[in-house]
Design a protein around this ligand. Structure first.
Ligand code: ATP
Ligand code: MG
Length: 180
């Protein structure tokens, strides 16, 4: 399922609204240390629903909002938009073009949307679950994660295999049904 574009505004070091268009083939992002390459992959995980501030290298979630620099004031909110081409129907949606967006304000208010329609975090998580994408899938492997997978406990490794085998969604639905 090809990514079409990523738009980052106020997330981490991206004080200026920045749009990255992904054309077909492989996109490489290069730049000096500290220029924001990892922040780009974190923006992708964040918009897909990442809820762990630690895994985004922060203490609290509001740490992802641009914190200001010597020349610029801090920003009041972070906003990330990710656009997919779903013409092969890999995502659970009948739309061929899917845009997801997440916003976070300094007071903690959060907004999620799919194709400009407000939704719950759960709607986004479920849409990606078992698609091979999603916040914890192998579509993003951050620095150190390979060692982490090798060193993980069997139970943790099992959940990784379940996600990639496509049964994680059914397990979650079963748990939800049992808890009703
Ligand atoms: P490396 O090549 O070392 O892996 P990188 O290109 O991956 O570097 P990042 O880790 O993405 O760089 O970017 C780090 C920069 O982002 C740091 O300069 C840090 O100060 C900045 N940064 C992170 N969070 C914020 C924030 N909330 N507000 C402003 N700047 C931030
Ligand atoms: Mg990096």
């Amino acid at each position: 399922m090809p990514l079409k574009s990523l738009t980052i505004n106020g997330f981490k070091s991206f004080a200026d609204k920045t749009k990255i268009d992904f054309t077909s083939g492989i996109t490489g992002i290069v730049g000096p240390n500290g220029s924001g390459k990892s922040n780009i992959t974190e923006a992708i995980r964040w918009v897909m629903g990442e809820q762990s501030a630690k895994s985004l290298r922060g203490d609290k979630m509001v740490d992802v909002i641009f914190a200001g620099s010597a020349t610029r004031a801090q920003m009041n909110h972070a906003e990330v938009t990710l656009e997919f081409d779903n013409s092969n129907g890999e995502l659970k949606s009948d739309q061929t073009n899917i845009t997801i967006q997440r916003k976070l304000f300094r007071n903690g208010d959060t907004e999620f949307s799919i194709n400009n329609k407000a939704c719950r975090l759960r709607d986004i998580t479920e849409m990606f679950m078992d698609s091979g994408m999603g916040k914890q899938s192998f579509s993003t492997i951050s620095q150190g994660r390979v060692e982490e997978i090798f060193n993980s406990k069997p139970v943790e490794r099992r959940s990784i295999i379940e996600e990639s085998a496509g049964i994680a969604l059914f397990k979650q639905k079963k748990t939800q049904a049992e808890n009703r």
